[in-house]
Write a protein that binds this ligand. Structure first.
Ligand code: AMP
Length: 280
């Protein structure tokens, strides 16, 4: 595995691979890798492309009171895991290299940004869309892989790529979970043992909600209420639960199409998210 923090070096390596006719697949991450990230790499490997993983804790997507400083980082461990997973090139730029000066040009994706996680994290998705655009310009991949665990992010990036004519196929990869159902996340290490046990409520209540929809429940408010009451039984504090159109995240008054049930819960200051898509 090759590894560099330099943008210019990435460009050189990619150009050489392109000259040999290789396809390029990009897996953007913030590091502190787990099996969720490994699943993205495994999907990228299937495309028989050169797999580039970026590790960058992007300051632009963190709010002033969020966990940018304390976000877990361990580049050595990540490099070992990335290599074992089959990554060909690890790109781990410093913040100074990605943002040498204050940014004036940024990427916004309209109303999709301000709902769900965007409501609780103002500016978050502008930071995501901007850094992913920068990574797309640096790596110029044919394919890019994102986890469906961050469903809103996946939908926003799909729309961005279509609207701005990036010649890139955005591929969503199903959520990898712990044995009890909790979605794997770098932030799970923040949880106390009690919180870790309770955190399964996200997945369990989503499952119950999905079953209710399959049994004929059409009222999104009833679904939201079901999840709220399950979260209220724990020490978690519900940030939001919403049923929205799976295609474009717009509001639904009645569940008559494919929907995403999305939930965010705080355990102490740790914010966990999860979602399930229920097909019409
Ligand atoms: P992160 O490092 O948390 O920014 O995540 C990097 C990429 O991995 C994003 O596309 C995430 O959606 C994806 N990802 C994170 N956790 C999981 C998971 N449990 N299953 C599948 N993909 C994941």
């Amino acid at each position: 595995m090759q590894s560099t923090e330099k943008i210019a070096e990435v460009r050189q390596i990619i150009q050489k691979a392109r000259e040999k006719g290789r396809k390029i697949a990009l897996v953007p991450t913030m590091g502190y890798l787990h099996e969720g990230h490994v699943a993205l790499v495994a999907e990228a490997k299937k495309a028989e492309a050169m797999v580039v993983m970026s590790i960058f804790v992007n300051p632009l997507q963190f709010g002033p009171n969020e966990d940018y400083e304390r976000y877990p980082r361990d580049l050595e461990r990540d490099a070992r895991m990335a290599e074992a997973a089959g990554v060909d090139l690890l790109f781990h730029p410093k913040a100074k290299a990605m943002y040498p000066e204050a940014m004036l040009a940024t990427v916004q994706v309209g109303v999709m940004e301000n709902v769900l996680c965007g409501g609780s994290r103002p500016g978050h998705f502008r930071g995501v869309a901007t850094v992913v655009s920068k990574l797309f310009h640096i790596v110029q991949p044919d394919l890019a892989f994102f986890g469906l665990k961050d469903y809103q992010q996946y939908r926003i990036l799909k729309k961005m790529v279509m609207d701005l004519n990036f010649p890139i196929e955005v591929i969503g990869v199903p959520t990898v979970r712990e044995v009890d159902g909790l979605a794997k996340s770098s932030r799970n290490v923040y949880l106390s043992p009690k919180e870790r046990a309770e955190a399964v409520v996200l997945y369990q209540s989503l499952g119950e909600a999905a079953a209710a929809i399959r049994d004929g429940q059409k009222d999104p408010r009833k679904i939201e209420k079901l999840i709220r009451s399950r979260v209220d039984e724990t020490s978690g504090r519900l940030d939001y639960v919403e049923v929205r159109a799976a295609s474009d995240l717009t509001n639904v008054e009645w569940i008559d199409r494919s929907v995403v049930i999305a939930v965010a819960v705080y355990f102490s200051s740790t914010r966990l998210i999860d979602n399930l898509v229920v097909q019409a």
